[in-house]
Design a protein around this ligand. Sequence first.
Ligand code: G3P
Length: 218
Amino acid sequence: MKFFIDTANLEQIKEAEALGILDGVTTNPSLMAKEGITGEDNIINHYKKICDIVDGDVSAEVISTDYEGMIKEGEALADLHPNIVVKVPMIKEGIKAIKYFSTKGIRTNCTLVFSVGQALLAAKAGATYVSPFIGRLDDISTDGLHLIEEIRLVYDNYDYETQILAASVRHTMHIIECAKIGSDVITGPLSAIEGLMKHPLTDSGLATFLADYAKGNS
Ligand code: G3P
């Protein structure tokens, strides 16, 4: 399973990259704004900085909602770096744009996916990744992980190559359950990724080993 970090914070991206297990980065306009990155030029520069840090796929989102605008923006984003994946919203114009990009060999991430029907359309249009937002479904009392299961089933039925990128991951159990279901990718905050390594028995075991070593060497 690939691990992406879902942030525009360069320090956190560097920290995740230093772990050696990072496969990519996802961002969105809200995450950019959270870091104070606004305006087209600043956003473009920020994508370049992210691509310099991580040797993996970097999702860059189009802002246009019309087909022509998405194509223009997406082509410019794809030209920035070979690792850029153009992130396109799951709307009618977005599906058309994903189809266009797939015929041009430009990789895409279909975002804001909340149903299996939407995921099916994204795959048929040739999306490289589909991003179901599991945390936001959980927020409204709907089982986000169940959506990942359904999409896995449908994609496997027809051998769709579109990769399931579980997004809006909020915590470690989301990651573990996604791994059990067979999600191809998760994207989440650094805290959720780092949470995977924590166990009190690891901490107490290490403390004992170090204390016993110190006794023998004092
Ligand atoms: O990957 C999608 C993500 O950025 C949305 O996460 O936590 O705002 O639902 P969240």
